[in-house]
Design a protein around this ligand. Structure first.
Ligand SMILES: N[C@@H](CCC(=O)N[C@@H](CS)C(=O)NCC(=O)O)C(=O)O
Length: 234
């Protein structure tokens, strides 16, 4: 059986990591049995969460985990999509993972109040200084990505434009590509749920809340893939 390694429920979410939620939803979509085990990023083969272990093979990164599940278990998460829709789904996935995620990271880690309420808590039992050095690492990551060189307002603007684009692409459909969820709906769910949790404040969350179709998509996916969680939140 596959073992999925993630953080576990926090911040009013099934997992604080959008990527863990994405992978878990994709495992559920594929109907592949798995068990969830708590881990920290350094334990992963790429130094990040999520990772899985399947028959002794460790695989890191949500995109490669998805590829493994689809090829080993013969399940196409984009079944029924045209070539153009598959391309569009990939563009959405990349925009969310490679741009919006960093705006989310900035919101959680660089805003003092959000940091104190959220990521700082990971270090409650860690040695003195661990909290600030982890924050410094994230600051460097944001700088290296490039987004960290912008002001908070500029980052929120960039994230906001992507959120608006996502809302336009979703339109009035229940899922990204129509009547049933595809792989990128899992990506979208993880990221939008991560932004919308009332645990963190900021313009990115306000901007996202203003798009009713994105909020409804989050609710629909929560109900479908984490029904117990949806009940709790209601
Ligand atoms: N591209 C990776 C991104 C995963 C990722 O950034 N995970 C974060 C948690 S949300 C992490 O482990 N960060 C630790 C680090 O970067 O050191 C994926 O798709 O799985």
């Amino acid at each position: 059986m596959i073992t999925l390694f993630g953080f576990g429920p926090a911040f009013g979410l099934p997992d604080p990591s959008p990527f863990v939620m994405e992978t878990e939803v994709q495992l559920k979509m594929a109907g592949v049995p798995y068990k969830f085990v708590h881990a920290t990023p350094p334990e992963g083969p790429k130094g990040k969460i999520p990772f899985i272990e399947d028959d002794g093979l460790k695989i890191g990164d949500s995109t490669f985990i998805r590829r493994h599940i689809e090829s080993k278990y013969h399940f196409d998460l984009d079944n029924g999509l045209s070539t153009a829709e598959r391309a569009e789904a990939w563009i959405v996935e990349r925009m969310l993972e490679d741009q919006v995620y960093f705006a989310l990271l900035q919101m959680r880690w660089m805003d003092d109040d959000n940091f104190a309420r959220g990521p700082a808590r990971f270090f409650d039992r860690a040695p003195e200084g661990a909290r600030e050095s982890a924050r410094e690492l994230v600051r460097n990551t944001l700088h290296g990505h490039g987004i960290g060189r912008h002001s908070h307002q500029e980052i929120a603007d960039l994230g906001g434009r992507s959120i608006r684009a996502l809302s336009v692409v979703l339109g009035d459909k229940p899922y990204l590509m129509g009547e049933s969820p595809c792989g990128a709906d899992a990506t979208m769910f993880g990221m939008i749920a991560g932004i919308l949790t009332p645990h963190f404040d900021g313009p990115l969350r306000e901007w996202t809340e203003a798009h009713g179709n994105l909020v409804a998509h989050r609710d629909r996916m929560m109900e479908q893939f984490y029904p117990d969680f949806a009940k709790q939140a209601a």
